[in-house]
Design a protein around this ligand. Sequence first.
Ligand code: HEC
Length: 405
Amino acid sequence: MRRVITFTAALSLAAVTAMAGNVVTAVKVKSLKNLQCGAKLVRKHAKFVPVTLYPQTTVKLNDKKALELNKDAKAKVAEVAAFTDGKNVAIIMRWPDKSKDVYKGYESDSYPDGFAVQFAADASNPQKLPYIGMGSDGRPVEIFIRKAYGQGVYEPNGNGDVAHQVNEHNTNYFGKGLKKFKKEVKKLGVLPYQRAFVSEGFRSMTEIKDGSVNYRTDMHYVNKKGGMWGGMVVKPLKDAYAAPSKNELAVAVAAWDGKELQRDGLKRLSSWIAVKLPGAKNKALEAVVTEKAKGDVANGKKEFETNCASCHRDRNFQNAPLYMAPGLENIGGQTTAAYIRESILDPNAVVVPGYNRNAHPNFAWYTVDDKGNRTSTMPPFNYLDKKVVEDIVAYLQTQKAEVAK
Ligand code: HEC
């Protein structure tokens, strides 16, 4: 019970720093060893910043029921804070969720709540951050995922799965040996579902299983204020897959709502967040994650209709075929102005992987040459007037779901 009480207090006591945009200051502490997301330290010293999570609408999941449930999905405002002990970083998030959905075993159509924290492998060039949907060729990310699993539930596809399928009568264990075996199985059953991945695009996700990243996660539900999750990832500041640059980290967060049948790519996610470690003086990353393009939105809308709406859908234009190109309904909430600008001028810089090419052969988003290089099927619009590009960028920044009341 204690945990829940302290976490509840955290919700009411911690000051949410109202800063413009996704900029989080990591607070220096002595140790992160026993830290939990509802700890006193968090309550007293965390500098939470509101970060909005927008529904993923780039690609549509092949599930009618889930599509219907998520058709008009609204955005949610989470709170994000960070701590560091000089060697490790803790990213803490809290987000509203009215229903606590915990994985209950092998039920179909039942999905658990969960969250993910994504780190850009390298944020030294903030103009070229990785694609928010799990990185892209040459711009990898490191991702940590935690799902709400009930105690004693064996995780599918993990070590626990083996244990689950082993029927004790079919083992060679007897007497004391069987007792020991059962104990081992039980232990596996209470392991939380937590995973680390490296990724250069959502079909290249590779699990880090070799123990090369010494990380830890935590997840607690608080049934106050209509329901709220707290989550935390603690990991080395610098590991084999990601490192800070100029005392800054580019981080993004995501949340799955089991009630909305969310899983895999169907989730809400933030744009890049600049996490400033002690000694961070550079303003470049901060400038990129908070940039609001200065173009003329009304003219951008017109230019979008002329140049882009034949392929892309957004909140105003829905005439393009469904699988033709990424849905831009939430592009303004999930990316930076720099990313949108780059997408227009140089589509090959980041090629969004799109749908399974076998399932949708007429809607390939790229071609592949002999050497395996991908070329986007979107033509570069580098011939457009600079002002027109800025107008379109400003327009696309308005493309995002409203926040749920
Ligand atoms: C011929 C069809 C076509 C046209 C016209 C087109 N696009 Fe695209 N666009 C695509 C495809 C396919 C992709 C996915 C492959 C890639 O990432 O380049 C894409 C990707 C994008 C992305 C990245 C989306 C994401 O989720 O990260 C943006 C932003 C974008 N386009 C904006 C535009 C804008 C703005 C215009 C008009 C100036 C435009 N596109 C015109 C087909 C098109």
